[in-house]
Write a protein that binds this ligand. Sequence first.
Ligand code: MN
Length: 356
Amino acid sequence: MNHDSSKHNACFLHNRACNEMAELSALFRDRKRCLVVLHNNPDPDALASGLALKFLVEFLFGVETSIAYDGIIGRAENINMVRLLKIKLKRLNRIRLNRYDCVAVVDSQPGAGNNNWPVNKQCQLVIDHHPIRKRLHADLVYIDPSIGASATRLVEWFHAAKIPLPANIATALLYAIRSETQDLGRDAEDRDIAAYRFVHPRASMRLLAKISYPKRPRMYFKTLAWALDRTYVFRHLICAHLGTVHAPEMVAEIADLLIQHQRMSWCLCSGLYQKEMIISMRSSNPKAKAGKIIKKLVPDPNMAGGHDMFAGGKIKLKKNSEPAAAKLMQDFARIMGYDNAEWKPLMEEDGEKSGN
Ligand SMILES: [Mn+2]
């Protein structure tokens, strides 16, 4: 991109963000209370986007706003993020929904399967970066799968509205973009980089470090050892079934770790949490369509989705999970073009040359 076109692009984005601020202003006129609904087991992108939206709505439009989620926050980084950045959260299932006259679904979409907002209930605002779902009903929909994080759009709004960006919110947004795009290396584009640069000088590096390098519970190491013992490889595919996990995010965390194997370009990781099998898929190829491929793997494609290099989904379980896990591995191999994959345990793999 040459200098002129990037300048033109920045100008276009700025104008668009200004238009969106005007639309938001109209939406929030005469509203009393706003509820921001995050996806279940919220990740840093959902948490930061929710926190930023709450501040923006309260600061600009004077509408009192609460953030709600379902599931758990189990990952040590995310627990630190909520505590250190003072993110106030409510449980969605304990909320009286009729107290709110404006609802925003953030980093997810109504009916996406990863949030507990009732599908048949109208919501007013949707902010997301996953592929747009059919039959989505909301007054305002801001969905852009080309950006790497929902947080990027929130940053653009802060920039356009020229409002102060408190250090805790800047830190949350920075951590969100960093973790969601793996330091801008995964499904990130120019807008994510620009957003990253905008929040960086306003963020607290001290808190960012505390979030990024947390102390971890013993269970973390136990799950890690257990997972490595149950990791299988076949050609460029790596697969692990974690069994019952103490925190659902552990599945994604292990998937992020396993895809770092130098000979592997696809990873599938699964785990059981409350009668559901949670699945994470990773690819090291920026052009992989993980979000589409994972839909072939689950019985209900509405229960899965994602981006090019990472995706997630779930399967509702009836009884015994072990055959389901074995079948999942074979289905994964088949989708990748191998009908009779011979999986070998990662820990018993030999003859591997290191350093290349
Ligand atoms: Mn996200």
